[in-house]
Design a protein around this ligand. Structure first.
Ligand SMILES: [Zn+2]
Ligand SMILES: [Zn+2]
Length: 345
């Protein structure tokens, strides 16, 4: 085996500053596994890191290898990890929980106050090899396609949102058709939603939403989305909104068109505060439900079941590029003419 590997490193603070580096292959520490990465995926988080937004400034101390969505095989284990894990095809829960804080002890590891994130606080998977805690290495089904297995982490966010409330037989609106919103359309259909209506202004993404299972895609620009949505939903609005746009106007509109007694599950993160009409929203019995990451490991179990029984979200992959072409990948993402981009180390 080579002693070094290629990896994409955030080399220093500030916008840009991503470089392809040659680094020593890490060895797994106590409780860790070493994974040979087969396929990895670019997430919105990686764009925040590249652009050096507040999220990254608060959490990172470069140089750090970025990336947290991947699949690969365990090739070595550290002290305390069973040798039986060697050879397993795995993906990773990107949040490393402390297991000591009150939230962890309460079974809410996804909300751990001491969370460390792969590819943010510790070196990530835009690399030929990555070390991760053994408990974060989730065993994949080799019969599921590599594209699906490389995207379990973001798919988990879609599944987490879609399983917060019952979707069977419901009219479900999905706001924002980035990769997670697109995956949520497929998940909602698989979970038995009667009708899935996506809200997305970008026509490239809207087209993808139809392929991913949307029954209808509404463009909120140039129409009264509140009226339009109600008209499509028996005059009452959708039963459930899965919000992934992070768009302030989009969220406000959702609180107006959601059916009385309905639920809005919030997965998108607006970059500013959202003024909300409490009376109009809560007097109508509307539930606002927040989600963060994936429940460890309940969401993973549900996701595994959905994929094992034939669900396929690979339709949200627009490009698979060699890892060396990461600059091109980020340019494509900025252009709006890309969905999920996978990188092959
Ligand atoms: Zn991600
Ligand atoms: Zn904790």
């Amino acid at each position: 085996m080579n002693k070094t590997m290629k990896c994409i490193v955030k080399v220093s603070a500030g916008p840009g500053n991503l470089e392809l580096w040659e680094k020593p292959i890490p060895s797994p520490g106590p409780g860790e596994v070493l994974v040979k990465v087969h396929l990895t995926a670019i997430c919105g988080t990686d764009i925040h890191i590249k652009d050096w937004e507040e999220f990254a400034q608060k959490r990172m101390s470069p140089p750090t290898t970025i990336g947290h969505e991947f699949c690969g095989n365990i090739i070595e284990v550290g002290p305390g990890v069973s040798k039986e894990r060697i050879g397993q095809l795995v993906s990773a829960e990107s949040h490393i929980a402390c297991h000591k804080c009150s939230l962890c002890l309460d079974g809410k590891e996804n909300l751990c106050v001491n969370t460390k994130a792969i590819g943010v606080h510790v070196d990530g998977c835009f690399a030929e090899y990555v070390t991760i805690p053994s408990e974060n290495a989730y065993v994949c089904n080799p019969a599921v396609s590599e594209e699906n297995n490389a995207m379990l982490e973001p798919l988990g966010v879609a599944v987490h949102a879609a399983t917060k409330v019952e979707l069977g037989g419901k009219i479900v609106a999905i706001t924002g058709c980035g990769p997670i919103g697109l995956m949520a359309a497929t998940v909602a259909k698989k979970l038995g939603a009667a009708k899935v209506i996506c809200v997305e202004p970008n026509s490239y993404r809207a087209e993808a939403a139809y392929k991913m299972g949307a029954d209808l895609v509404l463009n909120p620009i140039g129409c009264d989305i509140v009226e339009e949505m109600k008209r499509e939903c028996e005059g009452l609005g959708p039963d459930v909104v899965l919000e992934f746009s992070g768009n302030v106007g989009g969220i406000q509109a959702a609180t107006k068109y959601i059916r009385a007694g309905g639920s809005i599950v919030v997965g998108g993160l607006p970059n500013r505060e959202v003024p909300l009409n409490f009376t109009e929203t809560f007097y109508r019995g509307v539930n606002l439900i927040g989600i963060s990451g994936r429940e460890m490991y309940h969401t993973w179990k549900v996701m595994k079941g959905l994929l094992d029984s034939g669900m396929d979200v690979s339709g949200c992959v627009s490009h698979i590029l060699p890892m060396e072409e990461f600059d091109k990948a980020f340019e494509l993402l900025a252009s709006g003419q890309a969905l999920k981009i996978l990188l092959r180390p």
